[in-house]
Ligand binder design. Structure first.
Ligand code: F6P
Length: 361
């Protein structure tokens, strides 16, 4: 694909650090190498649904300077409103996919780059198949659970934030002889907990992939005390279940269920079983904000350039991916057929065990 083309770009799903670096890279590559126009669609697919369609023409001036350093997404995003079953104000749901496809056509786009996670990709793929849209995906999610890529944009920064939280919790834990429990995000995968836990010197790391027992956790805390250390650090991933197997989720006003509460649950259980004074920190959305780490800026830049090159080669329905220190591309279909969880034989699981960290089992 060459000539004066118009490509669209949107960010979809939960925001994270590094999205702006990816947008910048797309604009640089598309304009400087190919001389194309880049249309930034506002609020994910909501911008294509709106009439008039909500977008900004992105030029080099708009993406210079501070943009790569900024957290969030300058385009805005949405993690609500599946267009195939869109919740209407009267309580009904409606298929509004044709309106989104209409928005793509109205903008005269030759291709669309969607920066999202597996949920967004599933929807965008369906829209692309129905409307003949030329789609390329760039993976992002702090959870790092997108299949076929070792890294997604936003994960590294989230690990950095969670590690810093442990660095800050350690001295206060030691000063008060406390067990500090840190609850981190991760939806269904324990990557943030595992990596931040190792990097931040945790004694216990609980992830949804490895069932735990409170007895085993309590035994580790007692062991730590026997060595003469008066404090302990525990990292818990939000999707860890209670001892009874219950997922700690709350229903929100929008009807969606979100995780929350396992940190307090584990804190209470530890206090009961060991008599230790515990305090709980729920890190929450702090993990999504802030300046992107250098590594997130790097993969975002590499992904953005490669995504534009895929369009130039006429390769669609593909996702850019990071594998073995290289940017490659894979069929989007494979990226969404399953998700990337922590494997029981993962090298970092072995590292954690080798360090004497309890994984609760
Ligand atoms: O998928 C990213 C993520 O931050 C998860 O780690 C978390 O469970 C969820 O999104 C929170 O979603 P929301 O922004 O809707 O609260």
């Amino acid at each position: 694909m060459s000539g004066n083309k118009r490509i669209g770009i949107l960010t979809s799903g939960g925001d994270c650090a590094g999205l702006n670096a990816a947008i910048r890279a797309v604009v640089h590559r598309a304009i400087l190498t190919y001389g194309w126009q880049v249309i930034g669609i506002r609020e994910g697919t909501m911008g294509l649904l709106a009439r008039p369609v909500q977008y900004d023409r992105l030029d080099l001036g708009m993406v210079s300077g501070t943009m790569m350093r900024l957290g969030g997404t300058v385009l805005g995003t949405t993690n609500k409103g599946n267009p195939f079953a869109f919740p209407m104000s009267d309580g009904t749901v409606k298929d509004r996919s044709d309106e989104i496809i209409g928005g793509y056509r109205e903008l005269g786009l030759d291709a669309l780059i969607g920066i999202g996670g597996d949920g967004s990709f599933a929807i965008l793929r369906k829209l692309a198949a129905k409307g003949g849209m030329n789609l390329v995906g760039i993976p992002k999610t702090i959870d790092n659970d997108v299949n076929m890529t070792e890294l997604s944009i936003g994960f590294d920064t989230a690990v950095e934030v969670a590690t810093e939280a442990l660095d800050r919790l350690q001295p206060t834990a030691a000063s008060h002889h406390r067990v500090m429990v840190l609850e981190v995000m991760g939806r269904d995968a324990g990557h943030i907990a595992l990596q931040a836990g190792i990097a931040g010197g945790a004694d216990v790391i609980l992830i949804p992939e490895i069932p735990y027992s409170i007895d085993s956790v309590a035994q580790k805390i007692r062991q730590v005390r026997q060595t003469g250390r008066n404090f302990a650090l525990v990292v818990v991933s939000e999707a860890v279940r209670t001892s009874e197997g219950e997922a700690m989720q709350k229903a929100f006003a929008d009807g969606q269920k979100r995780f929350g509460g396992i940190g307090n649950y584990i804190g209470e259980q530890i206090a009961r079983s060991t008599g230790a004074e515990t305090r709980v920190t729920v890190l929450g959305h702090v993990q999504r904000g802030s300046m992107p780490s250098p590594r997130d800026r790097l993969i975002a830049s590499a992904f953005g350039v490669h995504a534009v090159d895929l369009i130039a080669e006429g390769k669609f329905d593909r996702m850019v991916a990071w594998q073995n220190r290289q940017v490659i591309d894979v069929p989007l279909e494979q990226a969404i057929e399953t998700y990337n969880e922590v494997g029981l034989d993962d090298a970092l699981v072995k590292t954690a065990r080798g360090l004497g960290i309890s994984l609760g089992d």
